[in-house]
Design a protein around this ligand. Sequence first.
Ligand SMILES: [Zn+2]
Length: 307
Amino acid sequence: MRGKARLWGHPKALDIVHRNGKWFASIVLEIDDTLLKNSRKTDCGVIAIDLGCNDAIAWTNGEDNGLILAPRFFRYAEQIIKQLSKKKRRKRSSNFKKKQKASRRWKKVQKQISKLYRQVANKRQNWVHQQTTRIISSNSTVVTEHLEVKNMSAKAKKGKRKKQKSGLNKSILDVGMGMIKQSLKAKLDDVAGVFVEAPTKKIKPSQTCPKCGHQEKKSLDQRVHICSNCKYTQQRDIASCEVLLLWYSNQLPGFGTNLVGADDSSSTSHTRKTAASMKQLGQRKRQKSQTSPEDVETPGSSKPSQG
Ligand SMILES: [Zn+2]
């Protein structure tokens, strides 16, 4: 057997699974909460990260900053999968109506395809774990902007941009932005860290200058932030990280923020505390009923870790 648990505890369950021609063992351990919390260093740094498609993760902690290039796991495998799918179409597939079973050759190609998909998924998961562990290792507070991967990767309905949008969607899903966030949340939860989601629409991290607070719209292909007001120049994603970090520490120029509007840890719902007239309330209700309900992830407090 390969791999090991981050922390050893009292074994509770063992599952042995035979999947896609391979054997897997999954052991569930019960770990003492205090042991988990003591397992990390007492370093309590704050880091702001920005998730993107070109540069998967941009980060800054106030002194250092950097970029992590987006891996393109699926993009690499895509061509081979396409070729194999074409091959598969020429073989005899199963047909329930004709009482026809899939040929041995069809099954063989199908096996190759599912193997590739599995490899892509494994590589991506491994990468996400590595990156998030590295982020958490020296920071107990992670600030990022609130984004809806589901909304972002929704299909474009009509028009010329359809193909363009589907390409962007592939990139978003290939990076695994949702996975990175979930993994960060879970790992921070384990060590009693804080995951902060900034209200994107309110502070506009990608449009604000971290030095003077001047706001200016940028197009998507504009990769460098150059402030027209104070001439501050910085890589686009790092600049928005700097904005997030300043917002978190309450030092964003020209922005009298406090943390009331912040989404703390794993909540995805926005609580509105301002008083409103009846007319406004009615409008809000209508808006709410139109939008589909957000799926709220339940933060597991004491999860057994799986190895
Ligand atoms: Zn500026």
